[in-house]
Design a protein. Structure first.
Length: 577
């Protein structure tokens, strides 16, 4: 159905002895897990331990986990096996990279830090426990810089810190809630509009910042200091070659006087071991909602982006989904779609699916296929939809087909469930009783499916959303043609898109607020993606659904602001042994 699910394995047979900063671990094999306990608090962070050529135990933590939970800054790199980092040091220095066997995570080897900073580390099942030495905040002060407020914390030693809450301001005008945690004690002077909660080993500061402001951290040594600037200007550019064939970039696109920060994942589809697939809720159903990180981790994808639209109440897709040649859900309203194969061929267009069902007495068109879009006519539901279909309108007749033969016909009420046979499908007639006589018991049934434009027929992977933004280098935005609501093109909102460049790369891109205000309109969005070099591009679901995930974390928004979606697109990468 979708890409194959797998499970994260955790090794056993581990004996641990810790003394001061040293670790002595008898590893039966390399081990990994997806939970971190940092000074008594649990977080979803991937980690791994292994032995090097000198038989020394090495410890790696995912790059996103180090950034989000320890405050580590990631620097630019063109080498996926070396990641420059900064953490209470005057300049960036590289940490060695090791990838998980399934390619989901890249671990940064923090073994030198464990020794240098006297961390105590102990794996317990799926959890890696890390205890850092007690630290103290010696002083803190608030100042004003040309770009905004600045907080400065002077510490007695380097210690982990994190932004553990940062809400999203859709308009850019409403304040954002911020929560900063420092793994250190201290008696902090009171500052207006800042709530301080102090415990023996941890200090939490909560406040509100302007809607367009973002916290920007830097760390100094001699003495150790944590500096947080609250800035509303464009973020600096960033380029991280996350893996062979996967490059994450952050940059700002300028349209006249307007600036739009964007995050991109640039994918080389010709990279060995790399492939893209639609991500659904589960192998057995199309119905349900989950966050993009949940979908990525469920399917073991290295990266993911939100994909097509969906009906939030029915929790079902509203657009085309095709995976590895199998149609899972049909398009609606002739809206924009994008298709690809494993050679990097891209097809975009306004997609429709011409489906018909033939019986000995009639040929009847199918109006929707495994879709949350409910309308009058004949609808098709296959086992991809789930184990059963529930009535939607209160006036429906269900025709059950097994092995291409009608075996049942029954009227159903709203929410009444009818099993979907594993060796067949259901045809649901809504206000269409005139065709029921063509489906008597025992009648033979044959399905026909044809995509338009025809170029989509040979493309194994397709996601429908819309509107279509760019086709062969030209902006082709037409909201009315794709039957979106009036005024949608003028609404400013977060956006997601997928497309390709002339060099053969596939590009995912997201944006949220412009500098000083709300996100782009669709017209601005089309100009942005074309300026980014995309020669073909389709708008994906946006607004609160917009999310770009890489290696265990969201890179374009804080995790507390993510919402649930119905489907996504994932990148799977298999490292070379």
């Amino acid at each position: 159905m979708f890409a194959r699910l797998a499970s994260l394995s955790v090794g056993s047979g581990i004996a641990v002895a810790i003394a001061s900063s040293s670790i002595n671990i008898a590893l039966a094999q390399e081990i990994e897990g997806d939970r971190l306990n940092l000074n008594g608090r649990d977080y979803p962070v991937a980690w791994q331990q292994w032995r090097d050529n000198q038989n020394r135990v090495r410890t790696g933590i995912s790059d996103g986990g180090l950034a989000n939970r320890f405050g580590v800054l990631l620097g630019d790199t063109t080498d996926p096996f070396q990641q420059p980092v900064a953490w209470f040091q005057p300049q960036f220095s590289p940490l060695a990279v090791r990838f998980s066997p399934n390619g989901m995570y890249r671990y940064l080897d923090i073994t030198p830090w464990i020794e240098q900073y006297q961390w105590q580390v102990q794996p317990q099942g799926n959890t890696l426990q890390i205890s850092t030495p007690p630290a103290r905040i010696l002083s803190w002060r608030q100042g004003r810089q040309p770009w905004g407020d600045r907080w400065v914390f002077e510490l007695d030693r380097p210690t982990p810190w994190q932004i553990n809450r940062l809400t999203f301001s859709r308009t850019g005008l409403t304040p954002r809630d911020l929560s900063l945690t420092i793994e250190a004690s201290g008696q902090l002077a009171t500052i207006p509009n800042v709530k301080i909660t102090a415990t023996p080993n941890r200090t939490v500061l909560e406040t509100q910042i302007p809607g367009t402001a973002r916290p920007v951290a830097s760390m100094l040594l001699s003495p150790p200091r944590l500096v947080i600037d609250f800035r509303s200007d464009a973020p600096p550019p960033r380029t991280i070659q996350w893996a062979p064939g996967l490059r994450w970039q952050r940059q700002t696109v300028t349209l006249g006087s307007r600036q739009f920060p964007v995050d991109l994942l640039i994918i080389n589809p010709r990279q060995p071991g790399l492939r893209l697939r639609p991500l659904g809720i589960a192998p057995t159903t199309l119905v349900g909602l989950a966050t993009v990180p949940e979908l990525a981790q469920r399917w073991q994808a290295a990266a993911a982006i939100n994909a097509g639209f969906f009906n939030r109440d029915r929790q079902a897709p509203l657009g085309a989904i095709r995976s590895e040649g199998n149609w899972l859900s049909g398009p609606i309203l002739n809206r924009g779609a994008i298709g690809w194969d494993d050679r990097g061929q891209i097809v975009v267009g306004r997609l429709s699916l011409q489906q018909r069902v033939r019986t000995p007495t009639a040929t009847v068109p199918i109006v929707t296929f495994n879709s949350g879009y409910v309308q009058g006519g004949l609808a098709l539901y296959t086992p991809s939809w789930g184990a059963s279909y529930q009535g939607k309108t209160g006036s429906e007749v269900v025709i059950t087909v097994r092995n291409q033969q009608v075996v049942g016909q029954q009227p159903i009420n709203n929410n009444q469930a009818v099993p979907i046979p594993a060796d067949g499908f259901l045809l649901v007639a809504r206000n269409f009783n005139s065709i029921l006589a063509n489906f008597p018991l025992g009648a033979s049934v044959e399905l026909e499916t044809m995509a338009m434009p025809a170029a989509f027929n040979s493309i194994p992977n397709i996601v429908g959303a819309g509107p279509l933004l760019v086709d062969q280098g030209r902006v082709v935005l037409n909201v009315a043609l794709e039957q979106f609501g009036a005024g949608l093109d003028a609404q400013a909102a977060p956006r997601s898109a997928m497309g390709n460049r002339s060099d053969g790369s596939i590009v995912w891109v997201t944006t949220h607020n412009r500098v000083g205000g709300m996100g782009p309109t669709l017209a601005e969005w089309a100009q942005i993606v074309r300026q980014l070099g995309l020669i073909n591009a389709v708008n994906l679901d946006g607004g609160s659904s917009t999310a770009l995930y890489i290696g265990g974390v969201l890179v374009d928004r804080h995790s507390v602001t993510t919402t649930r979606v119905n489907n996504a697109i994932g990148v799977f990468w298999q490292p070379t042994p």
